[in-house]
Design a protein around this ligand. Structure first.
Ligand code: HSE
Length: 328
């Protein structure tokens, strides 16, 4: 299987590292970051490229753009991992559309395009006979879409509740367990590479709301948008609020909820008992799915991080290889 990677931030680096470290039968023939690109049909020397990126801040040739990698590299699947833009979806949305029109499969961790244009992109992918997979957009390493698609096939999904933002969960955990200030905890989350390029997406609940929209549209196809989510972030939460919750043996978590039959679509800090299944620590995410047959299922796993997110992307790549590429 041959892949091209657009975006070489924390997620792109994680994918490249894991593809190089594991014998998965995946060869990387094109890579671009925001200012440079590299194309090699024989397979790119990943350790050399990552070392160059770390030393010089860019990975390839300044004359080769992401668009050129898209058009000229030899690959069957695009890994699109550029930063999220929830307003326009760009540049990722354009890259995804172009790759699909070129009849390439697409795997993305980019929440903007999937939240904004899921239905259109699915239609375009079907028309061109290619796969579009986005496991890494929600829940980091948690294989939520694989579970919904396969393990829970035939179930009616009634509701979703979840901790969907690793950065907020990390901040809340560090504030309540270690007494850090909000600013200190946010700084740590940024340094560890958990936060979005623009961390207001995390702390204002935008990232969790985008993920809720993606879940809702994937499960129910109800065409909800970011503006439909009733949203409150953690940016105005005080240490006193956490202390008061603690006195009641409770804590505060940023909870995303979707119950279509009640018209509920909300992200907000909630006071919950410490032994509740959604009270997870650090960058963990937790997602509870309520269904008619299986009843309640909760998945817990790392919601952010370079290698953790790469796990979801590689799962999608190998799914595509087994279902499409090998049979082509
Ligand atoms: N900034 C996101 C988070 C990254 O903290 O959850 C994973 O989507």
């Amino acid at each position: 299987m041959k892949i091209a990677i657009l975006g070489l931030g924390a997620v792109g680096r994680g994918v490249a590292e894991m593809v190089a470290a594991k014998d998965l039968g995946i060869s990387v023939t094109g890579i671009a970051d925001s200012t440079s690109g590299i194309i090699n049909p024989a397979g790119i020397d990943i350790p050399a490229i990552l070392a160059k990126k770390q030393k010089q801040g860019f990975c390839g040739d300044k004359h080769i753009s992401a668009g050129e990698v898209l058009r000229k590299a030899e690959y069957d699947t695009l890994v699109e991992v550029t930063p999220t833009n929830a307003v326009t979806g760009e540049p990722g949305l354009g890259y995804i559309r172009q790759a699909i029109r070129q009849k390439k499969h697409v795997v993305t961790s980019n929440k903007g395009p999937i939240a904004l244009a899921y239905k259109d992109l699915r239609r375009l992918a079907a028309k061109n006979g290619v796969a579009l997979r986005h496991e890494a957009t929600v829940g980091g390493a948690i294989p939520i879409f694989h579970m919904l698609e396969h393990g829970l096939a035939g179930n009616e999904i009634l509701a979703i509740f979840g901790v969907l933002n690793g950065t907020c969960n990390y901040i809340l955990t560090r504030m309540s367990d270690e007494g850090l200030t909000y600013e200190q905890a946010l700084l740590e989350a940024r340094e560890m590479g958990y936060a979005e390029a623009d961390p207001t997406y995390d702390v204002q609940g935008i990232d969790a709301a985008i993920k809720l929209v993606i879940l809702a549209n994937t499960i129910w196809g109800n065409g909800v948008r970011l503006e439909d989510v009733d949203r409150t972030g953690i940016d105005l939460l005080t240490p006193d609020a956490l202390r008061l919750a603690d006195e009641e043996d409770c804590t505060i978590r940023l909870i995303a909820e979707a119950i279509p039959k009640k018209g509920l679509l909300r992200v907000a800090p909630r006071i919950i008992e410490k032994n509740h299944p959604l009270v997870v620590e650090g960058t963990l995410n937790a997602i509870t799915i309520e269904t008619d047959m299986a009843k309640e299922i909760t998945l817990i796993g790392k919601g952010a991080g370079s290698i953790e997110t790469a796990s979801a992307i590689i799962g999608d790549l190998l799914f595509i290889r087994d279902c499409y590429v090998k049979r082509a």
